[in-house]
Structures are given as structure tokens and as C-alpha cells.
Design a protein around this ligand. Sequence first.
Ligand SMILES: [Ca+2]
Length: 112
Amino acid sequence: MSDENQQFEQTLLETMAGDKEFVAKIRAVRQFAYDAFDKLDGDKNGYLDREELIGALVSDKTSHADREFISFLLNNQEQIASAYEEGDPTNTRQGISRAALDSYFRIILNLF
Ligand SMILES: [Ca+2]
């Protein structure tokens, strides 16, 4: 095997390892979002809006690990919210619904 091929294989392996970690992280975020949904949804309207997520992010009660998950949700809020609109485009403005979480993570995890 040439050096170039070896190099290519090495890069490919590293990329795949990176994907595995990424998938594990995405799964962890999904689990967190499902488990913490009711707690995060302060006004119990069925949507996680920006204020609720930011409130949880800055709360002393939120662990470091959970902050990372919440940051992910905040950074991807619009994408997640628009993954499932229930036929009503105003839903994306209300925040993330459970149905949107379902659709979003199904789409993301199908890519791997
Ligand atoms: Ca809410």
C-alpha cells in the first residue's frame, strides 16, 4: 500500500470515529430533550421557546453536561422547530415541540 493510500485510510478511519462520537452526542441530546422536556417547558404550552431554553442555560441548578445539551438545542432551535410544522408555520415561532424533536432527530440520525 502506498503512503498516499495509507494516509487516505487513516483519514477515513478518523472521520468515521468522529461520526460515531457525533452520533453518540446527538443521541445524548435527544435523550436529554425527551427527558427534560416537561421541566424545560416552563409555561406548559407544549413548546420550548428561546426564553425557556436560555432560562435553563443560565440557571444554577443546571449541570454542566445539561448546559451543553441546552446550547445545542438553542443553536439549532429554528432548524429543529421547522422539522415538523404540523401544517402551521407559526409553530416555528413558538419554539420546539415534541413532534419537532422527533422529526429532527429522525432526520439527523438517518444521515449516519
Ligand atoms: Ca413553553
